[in-house]
Design a protein around this ligand. Sequence first.
Ligand code: AMP
Ligand code: MG
Length: 361
Amino acid sequence: MIGHVTRCIPVDPCAPALDALQEAAECLKSGGLVAFPTETVYGLGGNALDGRAVQRIFEAKGRPATDPLIVHLPAVEALPMVVKSIPDVVSTLAEHFWPGPLTLILPRGEKVPLSVTAGLDTVAVRVPSHPVAQALLRVSGLAIAAPSANRFGGVSPTTAGHVLRDLEGRIDMVLDGGATPIGVESTVLDISTAVPRILRPGGVSREALEAVLGPVDLLERKASQEEAQASPGLLEKHYAPHHARLILVEIPQNEGLQEAFAHLVTQAEQSGARVGALIADEDLAWLETQFPAMARLALGSLNDPGTVARNLYAGMRAMDEAGMDVILVRDFGTAGLGLAIRDRLYRAASQIVRHIAQNGA
Ligand code: AMP
Ligand code: MG
């Protein structure tokens, strides 16, 4: 597989052509790997019930076998293909959130290889809404295992160009359906506990889940630097740029944010580092005044975390590719998709600044 030519086939994101879908479906049925757009990010798809195809997914990504995959289905009716039993709450959740960016942890069906679930007796399942993903699932008739289509540990891809940069020559095909609309991964929900628990915040907000389920817990994720302190050597960076160090500035007040940026920029530039900033639309004016020459990218308004989420990964990749050594990122709060944005920034960050004069920043 590795070393093959990767074919990139453009498709209409709203109405993909049948011949492209059939070709992709044949490839999957013969054990091949096809990347395709979902509403969250691009997925790296393989037949979930074919152990060899699953093995190839792990190889192409360089993903450790201990990290389980999400299985994609065309509709809730297909659940018996991959799960052993269906808890009652699933029909309510499916009615409200499927197709869409919600992944449920369910009892693993016997046909699902243990390699998919990293040996667990549960399997993560979701029904994606993107027309290309939907059509591919229906035309192929397969359950498709599909982690994000990037090298393990890197930033998830939101365009076919991102996929090719990471996996060219390592997968058979990419269906190019343009940029993905949500831009961060699905929400992973554990419904086996009395109070359902979000294992990973994502495209369905905690508020939306609580409107349907009542209270929902959140598995608190410590920032990677805090994890590193708790268990040095075990830190596994995720969602992180290849080259640049990402510094998250988690200071809500505007003056504090500006002061911290000023301090960090001076510090970085003194050591000869190139600094770029990922900021909100609302920051453009003061940034322009204080740092007219600094590379910057506004991801969206503070009132619109959906837009910020859509632009986040492309922004991180752009700064990395422009050769920045340090990327300063402002915090975007926790409302709506803000929670997913903060989770990803925590995982990507080398440093989090919460106070101005601590450790010199
Ligand atoms: P992705 O990298 O987007 O494919 O996300 C897969 C993630 O879903 C994993 O890294 C886990 O965090 C989560 N996941 C998948 N399967 C399970 C499972 N059986 N139990 C708990 N979490 C799971
Ligand atoms: Mg991933």
